[in-house]
Design a protein around this ligand. Structure first.
Ligand code: F6R
Length: 607
């Protein structure tokens, strides 16, 4: 959600803090701030809006301290104003925070009764005030933080800087990630390793409940009971930490165009190309005895699960129950202790998905996580991890992570089908060959960009857009609609084409573009009837199909985006490309902030 940075440096660190915050902007960007010690005294600089506003302020009033904490915010409690921006500070302590302090209201009432007055509407400020009071009572900074942490309820990461303490930062993690970076006579703290990529590749991750005391000499880590603990220091490969836009105008464009490559990596990881077999790691369950699979995730990752539902049922003949994680976690659905839950998450930190994972484990289920961030909490807590090898995804709208999730889930479904003998060796070989065509066909699909750019000029004038699909193209229709609304702010909905006449058809008139995702398959005929219903009411159809579909489609009122013919299984991955490009080019024409659309954050670590 928000991004946290802390640096104990050898010289002035404000520029480094800003650099790290830039790398964390994907976590939130509605305000930002920095606190440092200037001649031993706490000073805070904060700004509303993008990080460049903070940079402009720092140009006018530079900070020179060699110790600082910084923050980029995605507002939860309190509007995204300068007053609510982090750090929140008293005269004695400054704090930056990611997550939510659930019991902040009762703590605030308690403090107000003691005469404390609050400057902001945030939950974070109660933390600063509680630590401040403990310091006033004569506690040391370490004891003050240690006494306050048990009083906080919720999921959070915190970093503290203290007046007069130029060799001390304290960090705490409960529910939100924090990485410690080791330098040479310097120490770093960040919400993730990417934030610290420019300074160090030696990283340790705090475990759930840990808190840490950093000095320039190193770090002392404590678990939630206060016992001193060691967490392994990993050397993260340099390339994994450095991300830039390359030649693209936006990260989202770069990530769309990277898909043939990263999909290839992901398949390469799960497929034995020489023998044309699936080569997944050992799983903690036997597919021959599993009676059902639950899949749960949020947003785009949920739609990847919705596509995979078709695959698990078709290839492995295992029934699937599919849930949005924020519903699943509270529905108290009875889960078979011998069953399996699959959670899907790019970040591996999404709060609702993590809570669903924990619920499934409490019910005795084995949990398989499909994640893109190997060091994430979900990856660490799952019984088995299937990595998507998409690389860091910076654009807030998920693109390459989605198609790599699909690639991984397709491999899993085929592998399960083979083990429980619903697929023959020949079926497996045929499916492997089909999957391996994906990168090439994605490259072909990317060639539609100029056509889609033209089409986007019309779409950019629409108020609403409807997306329709059947079979695996149905979840893809929902994903296409989500992509369009989140980055262009045009209202869009995805429907199962067969549902059209049960309600949404009332919306159709000549102002309503309808994107129909329909490869030529055994149910194409049915979708043709739906297109005719739309055309009869003046709707403008954009048909995404293949050469046979283009020929068989009704001619009137149809604009066609034609992809090559391809095996049905890889359709969802390849057809994602036009869906992503439609959203991308429409947003570019509308002039929105494509990589950092309003109100969104890349990693949703709060419910
Ligand atoms: C949309 C998007 C979100 C995420 C959702 C889950 O483009 O990116 O809908 O898919 O917030 O995030 P992860 O996959 O990190 O759990």
């Amino acid at each position: 959600m928000c991004g946290i940075v802390g640096i104990l440096g050898k010289g002035p660190v404000a520029d480094k803090v800003i650099e790290a915050l830039h790398r964390l902007e994907y976590r939130g960007y509605d305000s930002s701030g920095i606190a440092s010690l200037e001649a031993g005294r706490l000073e805070v600089c904060r700004a509303e809006g993008k990080l460049r506003h903070l940079e402009a302020k720092l140009d006018r009033h530079p900070l020179h301290g060699d110790i600082a904490i910084g923050h980029t915010r995605w507002a939860t409690h309190g509007k995204p104003t300068e007053r609510n921006a982090h750090p929140h500070a008293t005269r004695r302590v400054a704090v930056v925070h990611n997550g939510i302090i659930e019991n902040f209201r009762e703590l605030k009432l308690e403090l107000e009764a003691l005469g404390v007055s609050f400057q902001s509407e945030t939950d974070t400020e109660v933390v600063a005030q509680l630590v401040d009071r403990a310091l006033l009572e004569g506690k040391s900074p370490v004891d003050a933080v240690a006494s306050v942490l048990p009083r906080l309820r919720g999921a959070f990461a915190l970093a503290f800087l203290f007046d007069g303490q130029d060799d001390l930062l304290i960090a705490a993690r409960r529910g939100s990630p924090l990485a410690i970076g080791y330098g040479d006579g310097e120490m770093f703290l960040g919400s993730d390793a990417i934030a610290l990529g420019a300074f160090t590749n030696r990283i340790a991750y705090l475990d759930e409940g840990d808190w840490a005391v950093l000095t320039r000499e190193g770090v002392v880590m404590h678990d939630e009971h206060g016992a001193i603990v060691q967490r392994p220091v990993q050397t993260v490969p340099a390339g994994a930490l450095l991300v830039d836009r390359g030649n693209h105008r936006h990260f989202m464009a770069k990530e769309i165009y990277e898909q043939p490559e990263v999909i290839g990596h992901t398949f390469g990881h799960y497929i034995d190309l020489e023998n044309e077999t699936m080569a997944l790691p050992d799983l903690p369950f036997d597919p021959r005895t599993v009676k059902s699979i639950s899949i749960t995730a949020c947003g785009t990752a949920f739609y990847a699960g919705a596509v995979a539902e078709y695959w698990f049922e078709r290839f492995a003949r295992i029934p699937v129950s599919l849930d949005i994680a924020s519903e699943f976690r509270y529905r108290e659905t009875p889960l078979d202790p011998d069953g399996v839950t699959i959670v899907i998450s790019q970040s591996g930190e999404t709060a609702d998905t993590l809570a669903s994972l924990r619920y499934a484990k409490e019910c005795g289920q084995k949990v398989v996580a499909v994640v893109n961030v190997p060091t994430s909490t979900i990856a660490r807590e799952a019984d088995a991890v299937l990595m998507t090898l998409a690389g860091p995804e910076i654009g807030v709208a998920s693109t390459k992570a989605f198609t790599c999730q699909l690639a991984t889930l397709a491999c899993l479904a085929v592998s399960l089908g083979r083990t429980n003998e619903h697929l023959s060796r020949e079926d497996e070989r045929r499916l492997v060959r089909a999957l391996m065509e994906t990168p090439r066909l994605m490259t072909e699909a990317l060639k539609l960009a100029p056509e889609i750019e033209l089409l986007a000029r019309t779409l950019a004038k629409a108020r609403d857009v409807l997306y329709l699909g059947r079979g695996t193209a149905y979840p893809l229709a929902m994903e296409g609609a989500l992509k369009l609304k989140e980055i262009s702010y045009i209202h869009a909905e995805g429907y199962a084409a067969g549902e059209l006449k049960h309600g949404p058809i009332a919306l159709i008139d000549e102002t309503m573009p309808v994107v129909v995702i329909a490869p030529f398959d055994r149910i194409f005929e049915k979708t043709v009837s739906n297109m005719e219903e739309v055309a009869a009411r003046g709707g403008r159809i954009i048909l995404v199909t293949d050469p046979k579909g283009a020929e068989a489609a009704p001619v009137d009122a149809v604009q066609k985006l034609i992809l090559p013919e391809m095996p049905a299984t890889i359709g969802p991955m390849v057809y994602s490309i036009p869906a992503q490009l439609i959203a991308y080019h429409t947003a570019v024409i509308m002039g929105t902030d494509v990589d950092q659309p309003r109100n969104l954050a890349k990693s949703v670590t709060v419910e």
